[in-house]
Design a protein around this ligand. Structure first.
Ligand SMILES: NC(=O)c1ccc[n+]([C@@H]2O[C@H](COP(=O)([O-])OP(=O)(O)OC[C@H]3O[C@@H](n4cnc5c(N)ncnc54)[C@H](O)[C@@H]3O)[C@@H](O)[C@H]2O)c1
Length: 340
């Protein structure tokens, strides 16, 4: 999802694009997670796009490809992205998120150490530690009771001694390695610790991409399962387009070994209950749902990103797609895919 957005964004700016993907998402999530349609879309619409069918766990393949291409910028978005799935496939998860990231980093160090390297990390590197912040229960959502978090979670928050899920732990390994290749070797790297990144091209499934999946369920009259926290759990949502815009800002003026919490911030946050209301307003269809008492292991009760560091380092960047617009884009995206 993010990879394809980045391809389109940079293609529009005149870049030659090399995309690496082996449709591993279909292995992880079955046919619902298949991303070949998106690959075909890129191949048929972007004249300067080249697809490489490569598994980034393939060390020699990755080293060889980057040695040949010597890209002027690298945006690493491949991952096993689901918390729950990771516990079922721990080797595949770690080999992809930690090992695959190391392969990419070392390939860059050998082939093009001057090139900016942007890594998609995740807010799960903070584990469930954000759940220790005192909360206040409002009518439709949880919120932080401690004024120190009025702007959300900043990059200084602890990543240590909390429950991450195996996914969060493998992403910590990748995240720290990306920082290290920056600090140790002087490569201009950054980790973007994502909140909920989404958009019309998201192949949302139950285990990953909650907003995309929730909207799909509404459109198809399918039941959406809410796991715990009274449906008041809060996520901050950012359009893939705004992610690509930030990546561009970083590549234009790269820094070394940076970390940013990249989400929609408080302004683009919503709880599951609020998401139901928003989608119902757009589609006119009641959201069918059921409730499971037990929350997902390590799931955040309330999380939204503090965007102040991003805004300070890159003042020309800010959120450009607000929450209602993002919902509308996802509704349209699913409708278009269904009629294609
Ligand atoms: N979407 C979110 O809400 C979110 C939130 C936080 C962080 N992130 C991170 O952002 C990145 C992109 O997420 P996304 O939502 O675009 O996920 P995605 O699943 O849509 O995209 C990941 C792509 O990587 C490919 N891939 C997986 N393993 C691979 C391998 N071994 N070799 C080659 N390709 C492989 C998959 O086929 C898929 O197309 C990931 O690192 C993810 O952890 C996403």
């Amino acid at each position: 999802m993010i990879g394809s957005e980045v391809c389109c964004f940079f293609h529009e700016l005149g870049f030659e694009i090399h995309g690496v993907d082996n449709n591993q998402r279909a292995q992880f999530f079955g046919p619902q997670g298949d991303t070949r349609w998106n690959q075909r879309r890129l191949q048929s619409t972007l004249a300067h796009f080249h697809h490489h069918e490569l598994d980034i766990r393939n060390r020699h393949g990755t080293l060889d490809l980057l040695a040949e291409l010597k890209p002027s910028a690298i945006v690493h978005t491949a991952a096993q992205p689901s918390h729950d799935k990771a516990a079922v496939i721990p080797f595949d998860d770690f080999d992809t998120n930690a090992g695959g990231t190391l392969n990419m980093l070392e390939a860059v160090r050998r082939a093009c150490p001057e090139s900016p390297f942007v890594h998609m990390s995740t807010n799960k590197v903070y584990g469930d530690a954000p759940n220790n912040i005192p909360l206040v229960e409002l009518a439709t959502r949880w919120d932080y009771a401690d004024p120190a978090y009025a702007n959300g979670i900043a990059e200084t928050f602890t990543i240590d001694q909390s429950k991450h899920s195996l996914f969060g732990a493998s992403k910590v390994a990748g995240d720290v390695m990306v920082q290290e290749y920056g600090r140790y070797f002087g490569i201009p790297t950054c980790c973007l610790r994502g909140g909920c990144l989404t958009g019309p091209n998201h192949s949302g499934v139950e285990l990953h991409g909650f907003l995309s999946f929730l909207i799909k369920c509404n459109l198809e009259d399918r039941e959406y399962k809410v796991y715990g926290y009274k449906g008041k759990q809060v996520r901050d949502n950012i359009a893939a387009h705004d992610v690509a815009r930030f990546i561009h800002a970083f590549i234009e003026k790269p820094r070394i070994a940076q970390v940013y919490n990249l989400g929609g911030g408080k302004q683009n946050s919503c709880s599951i209950l609020e998401a139901f209301a928003l989608v119902e307003k757009l589609t006119g269809k009641k959201q069918r749902h059921s409730y499971v008492d037990e929350n997902r292991i390590g799931d955040h009760i309330c999380y939204y990103s503090d965007l102040r560091k991003m805004r300070e380092h890159y003042p020309s960047w800010d959120i450009s797609v607000d929450l209602p617009t993002l919902f509308a884009q996802i509704v349209t995206g699913w409708k278009q895919r269904r009629s294609a």
